[in-house]
Design a protein around this ligand. Structure first.
Ligand SMILES: [Fe+2]
Ligand SMILES: [Fe+2]
Length: 194
């Protein structure tokens, strides 16, 4: 794995200035959340920094790269190809940034849609993407506060917001987002039952 400073330089060369700043912000917020919840700060930093490393790959090039790495492209991805940048991000992080840690790669994989059985690291990067300092949507302050107090509740709020947004646009809901939400509810029920 290359050093975080080298990753940062490399990333700056492939992202727009705006997305690079967003990535640094997600890194910073991920580290703060890791500190709060006792997660590994370095893993959180790398996952946060690289989460959007494939985000600027678009059009034909996006589909070509996905084919190269044998990423399955389904009907939803064809209509909303930006959903592929999590999966492709895993491959780019591995090949171009030398990341092998499966926990970091999974957090990159799940940052857009969420997913089944999210780890604490997955949740940290997913939520940091929504609450980094430059995010300004109605309710972001409440989400920020909740993220630092009740992580699962914050993830639920963010998933609900995504699902409502997608419905309002008449777009497709990714099955991973539904799985993420269902599993959070099941987890909560199971922990109450214990
Ligand atoms: Fe993203
Ligand atoms: Fe992002």
């Amino acid at each position: 794995m290359v050093s975080r400073e080298e990753m940062r330089k490399k990333l700056e060369g492939v992202l727009t200035a705006k997305r690079f700043v967003h990535s640094l912000n997600v890194m910073k917020t991920s580290m703060e959340l890791a500190q709060k919840y006792g997660e590994d700060k370095e893993k959180a930093a790398i996952a946060g920094l690289l989460h959007d490393c494939a985000r600027e790959i678009r059009g034909e090039e996006l589909f070509n790269q996905c084919k190269k790495y044998h990423i399955h492209i389904d009907d939803i991805d064809r209509i909303q190809p930006e959903l592929l940048h999590g999966q492709l991000g895993v491959e780019i992080a591995r090949e171009h940034y030398g990341v092998e840690d499966p926990a970091i790669l999974k957090a990159i994989r799940y940052h857009t849609t969420g997913g089944r059985d999210m780890s604490l690291l997955d949740k940290i990067v997913f939520i940091a993407d929504s609450i980094e300092p430059n995010r300004t949507f109605p309710g972001v302050e409440e989400l920020r506060k909740t993220a630092f107090n009740q992580m699962d509740h914050a993830v639920m709020m963010a998933l609900d917001r995504t699902i409502k947004y997608v419905i309002s646009k008449g777009a497709l809901i990714h099955p991973d987002t539904i799985e993420a939400r269902n599993y959070l509810i099941l987890d909560k029920k199971n922990s109450i039952a214990k």
